[in-house]
Design a protein around this ligand. Structure first.
Ligand SMILES: Nc1ncnc2c1ncn2[C@@H]1O[C@H](COP(=O)(O)OP(=O)(O)O)[C@@H](O)[C@H]1O
Ligand SMILES: Nc1ccn([C@H]2C[C@H](O)[C@@H](COP(=O)(O)OP(=O)(O)O)O2)c(=O)n1
Length: 230
């Protein structure tokens, strides 16, 4: 269990809806911790592939999830944390669509999700936590003070991801990216445990027509309505 006296803001939604960007800005602004839960699943997918573990071998994946040494080293400027997997920096490889697909595959295994639960709860530290993912509000932090579910059309999300990856120097193809995003959405939404879907008490926000600061201000406004730091 996590300490329910520490406030949590959850931001869930599909790929490219802006969870990570908006979550990081708000965590920096509030001085709260930040959990990029997708990075845990991505790192596990990459670690499994590096170790030659079959994605059919559930016990081996669970062992890897439990023993995986993953650390997030925050950067002072609020930029995404440096991710260390077994002491080595993973860097931009973690953000590729290949690692997104591997993440989505391991994330469909209930025992893997269970094995990563404690790690996620350990991010709940004073003075607060912003947590981004698929099931932050529905499963991992059901008592969050505010649950936001961001959406945007698949076309808008694919275009955002395309721009982001091209800027990082990856040569990506937009139609293929759109297909991959649709495939990942379907797998994440269709799995039996903690599927991609808004928590019952989530505020749903379509970001297709909003810029990043527009989304940040909306979410911060909702948070202010519910949480006044003591
Ligand atoms: N509302 C928005 N308008 C324009 N670009 C956005 C918006 N939200 C996010 N982006 C951009 O889209 C890309 C993906 O955003 P990200 O936060 O990584 O999404 P997610 O974490 O939901 O997958 C980033 O390059 C980000 O700057
Ligand atoms: N809380 C989470 C976070 C991610 N996942 C899975 C499902 C996603 O397709 C992958 C990658 O997630 P991530 O948030 O890093 O991906 P995007 O930035 O949204 O493209 O991991 C999950 O099942 N539950």
């Amino acid at each position: 269990m996590s300490d329910i006296t520490i406030p949590v803001l959850t931001i869930d939604g599909p790929s490219g809806s802006g969870k990570g960007t908006v979550g990081q800005v708000l965590a920096q602004r509030l001085g709260w911790h930040f959990l990029d839960s997708g990075a845990l699943y991505r790192a596990l997918g990459v670690a499994a592939e590096q170790a030659g573990v079959s994605f059919e071998d559930r016990p081996a994946l669970v062992r890897l999830a439990t023993s995986m040494d993953i650390r997030f080293v925050p950067r002072a400027d609020g930029a995404p944390a440096v991710v260390l997997l077994h002491g080595a920096e993973i860097g931009d490889q973690l953000r590729t669509e290949t690692s997104g697909r591997l993440a989505s595959l391991v994330a469909a295994i209930p025992e893997v999700r269970q094995a990563l639960l404690q790690k996620q709860h350990s991010f709940r530290q004073p003075p607060g936590l912003v947590a981004d993912g698929r099931d932050m509000g529905s499963t991992v932090f059901p008592d969050a003070i505010l649950k936001v579910f961001l959406t945007a059309s698949p076309e808008v999300r694919a275009a955002r991801r395309h721009k982001q990856l091209m800027e990082k120097g990856f040569d990506v193809n937009l139609p293929r990216l759109l297909d991959e995003i649709r495939e990942r959405d379907a797998r994440d939404a269709g799995r039996a445990v903690s599927p991609l879907k808004p928590a019952e008490d989530a505020c749903i926000l379509d970001t297709s027509q909003l810029d990043i600061s527009g989304v940040v201000e909306r979410v911060h406004g909702l948070l202010r309505e519910r949480h006044r730091p003591g």
